[in-house]
Design a protein around this ligand. Structure first.
Ligand code: GTP
Ligand code: MG
Length: 169
């Protein structure tokens, strides 16, 4: 069964960035879905990670559902913000949504993990460029980290989650 301290992890980012795919990689192999569909509204999962039990809120990134994100800011102990590294056109939209989130009064100074996802795509921007495009160096009031990932293979996912777990343990 699930043991350990419970932490609420809010997973946000634009639609199609790979949030649900990454979360599947955190599940035990037999429980991982072979294919994912766009999230409708949001889904909640409980996952064991070392000494922590993560309650993961997998939010839809679609425009019409983004207003749901803030409903969960108050309870969030950590945020995972997923970026599609190959979606250069919408990097500014991602930045906009992120800044809106960081300004929200209900979100405490919790750690934010950025997954620079889809690193396997040839035109993917390197994490330093994404950090620059999102203006991450201006974030001084909370711990943050950017980790390149491949949601399909799971590459990088554990590295990011380990960073988060260290800040929550
Ligand atoms: P919403 O639920 O609509 O907000 O989207 P999401 O962020 O949950 O994205 P989802 O996990 O549904 O993935 C969107 C598409 O990207 C799917 O077709 C995934 O298979 C694909 N995908 C996810 N991660 C990667 C990756 O690292 N590389 C590549 N090439 N494709 C990926
Ligand atoms: Mg999803």
């Amino acid at each position: 069964g699930l043991t350990g301290r419970k932490v609420n992890v809010l997973v946000v980012g634009l639609d199609n960035s790979g949030k649900t795919t990454i979360i599947e990689r955190l599940k035990p192999k037999p429980k991982q879905a072979a294919e994912v569909a766009p999230t409708v509204g949001f889904t909640v999962d409980e996952l064991q990670k070392g000494a922590l039990t993560f309650t993961v809120f997998d939010m839809s990134g679609a425009g019409r559902y983004r207003t749901l994100w803030e409903q969960y800011y108050r309870e969030a102990d950590a945020v995972i913000f997923v970026v599609d590294s190959a979606d250069k056109l919408r990097m500014v939209v991602a930045r906009d949504e992120m800044e809106h989130m960081l300004r929200h009064p209900n979100l405490r100074q919790v750690p934010v993990l950025y997954f620079a996802n889809k690193k396997d795509i040839p035109v993917a921007m390197p994490p330093v460029e994404i950090a620059q495009a999102l203006g991450l160096d201006d974030i001084k009031d909370r711990p943050w980290q950017i980790v390149p990932s491949n949601g399909l293979s799971g590459e990088g996912v554990d590295k990011g989650i380990d960073w988060l777990a260290e800040r929550l343990g």
